[in-house]
Design a protein around this ligand. Structure first.
Ligand SMILES: Cc1cc2nc3c(=O)[nH]c(=O)nc-3n(C[C@H](O)[C@H](O)[C@H](O)COP(=O)(O)OP(=O)(O)OC[C@H]3O[C@@H](n4cnc5c(N)ncnc54)[C@H](O)[C@@H]3O)c2cc1C
Length: 514
């Protein structure tokens, strides 16, 4: 490809890094300091602190009523609304679109994911997808690895023999798989969840930690040294045993499910689904919950009987008033990795050998073929080939997402590294789309699953704390759906004044689903 054509690649940067609390300054009751980049980015939460403390934000009297307010319109909020069809709910989402981390975009009608990739057959999310008329298709292919200029299919089983490493390293990979299968993570969950995965991988060839660095960053936002050994062992067993054969998806990743949920709900409940509505305060008291949101320059307060809060905990901890201090601390202890999601659109076929392709040691961890599960359907003739690159950043690198130019430069780096992986990859895309996700991926760090989340997600009398980060052990859409199902039952019990709601919620939240 000529350098001149390379100069014409179109870069589009989208997505909100201001996921913390982007508030229209006109709504603030007191003069504010000049906004700094840090405020905009959401890390310092200066505005949110003032909102939380209740002295800087105009919280008007309630002018609207709803039995249930659902806050956050990602997979959790949308599925809660779906499970509560027919009840009096109001759904508030800060972005103009719904979907959160499971949001689909398109290029000339070809769908691709800007976050959540795939689901598992018979999961809660798969059942919900079926119920709303989506048949997620099997991926039906174990993951390859591309390293040292070599493509190795089925990395963790038949591929072990063929990995492009020394004999001693391959022997170490084999020993690792044998040893991992001897462990019983469900039995030893407390012990494993208390230590980093490197305490296990460190005993083997360094290429093993390098591989899990890529896999962990992409799946749960953490390098091996930051990963709980529990999730490391669970996922290693799952790959070695070939349980990844249960994976299912359609083009668009799990954005296809949120999109279908919106299409299902909108015709009947459109006026109760508000986009561009940023919740700035949730104040529970004995008889009600007052939820204030900012929308189109106005502050509105809704008086609700219950609230289902489906925002990630770093936001939840800043908008919900009167949280017990141990709970607020547990929410704040949760860590989130920033993710620039990069889609490259090619006007010719580039690669169709594997669905999720691991590329350890690069600025991206893996890439996905967007239309993998429909590629062989009769009559399917795509005009473009779309590859989706996962490139989770370290927490300290989050500021890269603030500047559009830095985002474009990063996408260019990903392209260059991709083009060097295999000779046939030296092709230029017609367009590169980067979707910024500032605090996207809950990190599966030691202690988070067995200890911290149970405190962080403890329900209040009239507030249920949903979102996939109330479950785990990694960030999973099916956990968002499972907990929203529980939240819907909980809300109905509270509204009916029946006993047992708190116990029901606690049990659902504490359930270990792995
Ligand atoms: C890059 C990436 C890849 C992933 N891959 C997979 C995968 O392959 N399979 C899988 O199962 N899971 C995957 N996940 C995890 C999955 O995407 C999430 O678990 C799921 O989408 C979370 O849904 P949620 O509704 O709980 O939270 P979110 O998607 O975080 O939704 C929260 C919503 O709340 C909104 N919000 C925030 N603040 C406010 C406010 N103040 N007022 C109103 N609204 C607000 C946000 O805009 C957002 O829409 C991935 C995640 C990422 C980031």
């Amino acid at each position: 490809m000529s350098a001149s054509r390379r100069d014409f690649i179109k870069y589009i940067v989208a997505g909100s890094v201001a996921s913390g609390c982007p508030i229209d300054k006109a709504l603030l009751a007191e003069p504010q300091e000049k906004p700094s980049l840090a405020n905009i980015e959401g890390e310092q939460f200066a505005i949110c602190h003032q909102v939380r403390d209740g002295h800087s934000f105009a919280k008007p009297e309630a002018t609207r009523k709803a039995d249930i307010v659902i806050i956050g319109g990602g997979m959790a909020g949308l599925s809660a609304a779906y499970f509560l069809r027919g009840k009096d709910w109001l759904l508030l989402e800060k972005e103009e679109h719904f979907g959160g981390n499971a949001y689909q975009e398109e290029y000339e009608g070809q769908a691709f994911s800007t976050g959540s990739a795939y689901d598992f057959r018979d999961s809660y999310c798969d059942h919900l997808a079926k119920e709303i008329g989506l048949n997620l298709l099997p991926i039906d292919m174990p993951d390859p690895t591309i390293d040292n200029g070599v493509y190795t299919p089925d990395t963790w089983r038949s591929g072990l023999e063929h990995l492009p490493y020394s004999k001693a390293t391959i022997a170490s990979f084999k020993k690792f798989t044998e040893d991992i299968l001897k462990l019983d993570p469900r039995k030893d969950i407390m012990e494993l969840d208390a230590k980093p995965f490197t305490e296990i991988t460190g005993a083997y060839a360094p290429e093993i930690t390098k591989w899990w660095d890529a896999y962990g960053l992409s799946n749960w936002g953490a390098f091996t040294a930051d990963t709980t050994a529990f999730i490391g062992v669970v996922d290693a067993q799952y790959l070695i045993r070939g349980e990844d054969g249960t994976r299912v998806i359609l083009p668009g990743g799990l954005g296809c499910v949120t999109r279908k949920l919106v299409e299902t709900l909108k015709p009947k409940y459109g006026e109760r689904m508000l986009g561009g509505a940023t919740v700035v305060s949730v104040v529970p008291d004995a008889d009600s919950v007052r939820v204030t949101y900012a929308r189109a320059g106005n502050a509105v307060t809704v008086a609700a009987k219950v609230a289902i809060v489906c925002t990630p905990k770093f936001i939840t901890s800043r908008i919900v008033a009167s949280l017990p201090s141990d709970q607020k601390q547990a929410m704040r202890r949760m860590r989130y990795a920033p993710v620039p999601m990069i889609n490259m659109i090619f006007d010719k076929p580039v690669y169709r050998k594997g669905y999720d392709n691991w590329c350890p040691g690069n600025s991206f961890t893996d890439f996905i073929v967007a239309d993998w599960t429909v590629r062989n359907q009769p009559g399917y003739k795509p005009k473009y080939a779309v590859l989706t690159f996962y490139s989770t950043l370290r927490e300290a690198e989050r500021s890269l997402l603030l500047q559009e130019e830095d985002c474009k430069a990063f996408a260019g780096k990903v392209l260059k590294e991709f083009q060097k992986l295999l000779p046939e990859f030296n092709v230029d895309p017609v367009e590169i789309r980067l979707y910024r996700r500032g605090h996207a991926m809950m990190m599966a760090v030691p202690g988070q699953y067995t200890k911290n989340r149970l405190i962080a997600s403890r329900p209040m009398d009239r507030v249920f704390f949903g979102n996939s980060d109330s479950g785990g052990p990694e960030s999973l859409s099916t956990e968002a759906v499972r907990l929203s199902h529980a939240a819907a039952e909980w809300a109905e019990l509270v509204l009916a004044g029946k006993p047992g709601a708190a116990e029901w919620a606690r049990k659902a939240l504490a359930e270990v689903t792995f």
